[in-house]
Design a protein around this ligand. Structure first.
Ligand code: SAM
Length: 215
C-alpha cells in the first residue's frame, strides 16, 4: 500500500481499471506473494509494473540491473523489453524467499535471460565492470545515496535509472528527519537534482519513482 493508494483508493482503482491488463504469470505471482510472504506490500504494484514494462519495451535494453528482487514481479515486468540476447541481473539478499522468484523465473518465457543472484548490492556494484542500459533500485533505502554513487559509473549516455519509494510516504517533506531511511532518500533526491549529467523528474506514482536519464 502506498502513500497515494491510502489517500485515494477510489482513484487508484480507476487507474488500475484503465491500464492494460496484467499478464497471467504476474497475477499468479502477485497472489502467491500475498499468500506466502509476511510483507507482500513490498511487491511492485500493478501500475508500476505496467510502467516498467512499457519503458523496457520502448528502450529494448541489452543489460538491465535490478536491486531488490523480492518475489520477482518487477524482474518479469522489466524482462519483457529485453533484446533477444539481452540479460537482466537481479540481486537480493533474502535466501529464505529465493524459492519464489526462482520458481516464477523458470516458468517465464524470459527464463534464459534472467540472472538471479543472492548477493549484496554494494558488493556487486563494487565488483562489476559492466554497463547497464536500464537500472531499477527498490531495496534498502538507507543505502540509496550510496547506490547512486556506485551506479553512476556503470551508466552511459542514454542509460535510464529508476529509484522506487523516493517520496517515502510523504516523509521527504520532514525538515530534520530522525529516520535513517528518510535521511538517505532525501540525500539521494538532492544529489540527483544537483547532478548535471542526468535529466530527471520524480513521478508521483505510488510512493514516487525518481526517473533519470543520463545525458
Ligand atoms: C521492496 S522489495 C523489492 C520489490 C521488488 N522489486 C518487486 O517488484 O516486487 C526490497 C528487496 O530488497 C532486498 N534487499 C535489501 N537489502 C538488499 C541489499 N543490500 N542488496 C540486495 N537486495 C537487498 C530485500 O531482501 C527485499 O527483497
Amino acid at each position: 500500500m502506498s502513500f497515494f493508494e491510502e489517500k485515494n483508493p477510489e482513484m487508484d482503482r480507476y487507474l488500475e481499471a484503465h491500464a492494460s491488463s496484467e499478464p497471467e504469470i504476474l497475477k499468479k505471482l502477485r497472489r502467491e506473494t500475498y499468500q506466502k510472504t509476511t510483507q507482500p506490500h513490498m511487491i511492485s504494484g500493478y501500475q508500476q509494473g505496467r510502467l516498467l514494462t512499457i519503458i523496457s519495451q520502448m528502450m529494448r535494453p541489452e543489460n538491465i540491473l535490478e536491486i531488490g528482487t523480492f518475489t520477482g514481479y518487477a524482474t518479469l515486468c522489466l524482462a519483457a523489453g529485453l533484446t533477444e540476447n539481452g540479460r537482466i541481473t537481479t540481486l537480493d539478499v533474502n535466501e529464505d524467499l529465493a524459492y519464489l522468484p526462482k520458481k516464477y523465473f523458470a516458468e517465464s518465457e524470459h527464463s534464459t535471460r534472467i540472472d538471479f543472484r543472492l548477493q549484496d548490492a554494494k558488493e556487486f556494484l563494487n565488483e562489476t565492470a559492466q554497463f547497464f542500459d536500464l537500472i531499477f533500485i527498490d531495496a534498502d533505502k538507507e543505502n540509496y545515496a550510496e547506490y547512486f554513487r556506485l551506479i553512476k559509473p556503470r551508466t552511459k549516455s542514454g542509460s535510464v535509472i529508476m529509484f522506487d519509494n523516493v517520496l517515502w510516504y510523504g516523509k521527504v517533506l520532514e525538515e530534520n528527519p530522525k529516520q535513517k531511511a528518510t535521511q538517505a532518500i532525501k540525500e539521494l533526491n538532492d544529489l540527483i537534482a544537483k547532478d548535471d549529467d542526468f535529466e530527471n523528474l520524480i513521478l508521483p506514482l505510488r510512493d514516487g519513482v525518481n526517473f533519470l536519464r543520463r545525458k
